[in-house]
Write a protein that binds this ligand. Sequence first.
Ligand code: ADP
Length: 391
Amino acid sequence: MSSALANPHFEIALLGGGQLGKMFLAEALRMDVGVRALDPDAEAPCRWGVRRFEVGDFKDYQTVLDFARGAQSAVIEIETVNVDALAQLEAEGVPCFPPSSALRIIQNKGAQKDHWAAHGIPTSDFERFESVGALKAAVAEGRWTLPFVWKVAQGGYDGFGVSVLRRPEDLEALPDQPCVAEALVEITEEIGVIVARHPDGSTAVFPPVAMEFHPVANQVEFVVCPAPLPAEALAEAEQLALRAATSLGIFGLLAVELFYTRDGQWLVNEVAPRPHNSGHLSIEGCETSQFEQLLRCATGLPLGSTALRQPTVMANVVGAEGHRGPVAYEGLDRALAVPGAHLHLYGKTQTRPFRKLGHWTAVGRNVDEARHRAAAARDALTAVSAQPKQL
Ligand code: ADP
């Protein structure tokens, strides 16, 4: 194969043009690899910098096929991409990252859980239900006792489609869709491990990160690396993430979300076969970022080192409460003066409360310093709504 770099004929088809795609694109531009992107939103973050930007639905079979045909490889930045179209592309010789077979399992939380069970990968006890009626019957029979966790099987994201059921009334509020019941785990840490798996057979595992939740908002507030657990426990998490990626036959990236339980067990919660929020800090924190590893997979270049260069903490930039509309940023001067803090803005034109608009990654001599810097930069910057200026 001729080199993918500096080659006008080599192009990667990027399915989804959001912020994950944009950070992937930034690496591709840095290394001079061509990318075309597909997204339903004409204002998507990837509208700039690609060789071709197409507005279209990545859930639609024919749209995906027409868009990606002729590319040398395809990558996704969102799981809801049409998986049958990926399978057809593979049949036509376009390698997909992830492979369609892995994406098909991952798209459905029930199929994911069955997969872990079949491969001896520890996960919380669970049962799949085709309807809420079947779930209610299981509760009535005493097979499931409250409290436990309910998850919609397909289509949930960022905490939507997940709830802890505590009282019988909670069952009444559920949408009637296929779902998964899960035992409520006593979690001491939520840890993310990203695995890169290359078609040449090599693998690279990123250092585990800890997700720190805001006590009131219940949203991830900081992503922290290194994670505050003993080295042995972290090594186990890395091994488990690698086993999960191998069992799925992943090529490209697999972001593995793990629970560390009160009695020191690791459980796989769920996985995403793409760049992940928990890996953003790898841009400044690691020798090779998650985005560059995916690019290396999709171009046939060897994987790089994932070693942590220095303690690193990531905090999201989200829309301020009470603001909706065209976005403007206040406090940039003070925020950008924070030492060791790096700003990433995703290029979203509209703000709304808590919408993810960007992130800060701060490095420091230790995690506390890095966390302090990330918090200082985040608190100094406010994403508000502004009417466009009159020219
Ligand atoms: P999403 O796909 O929406 O991110 P997750 O499966 O990651 O959904 O669940 C969201 C959050 O709910 C997790 O980060 C965790 O805090 C909590 N959670 C999920 N499953 C369980 C469980 N079995 N026991 C306890 N908490 C859970």
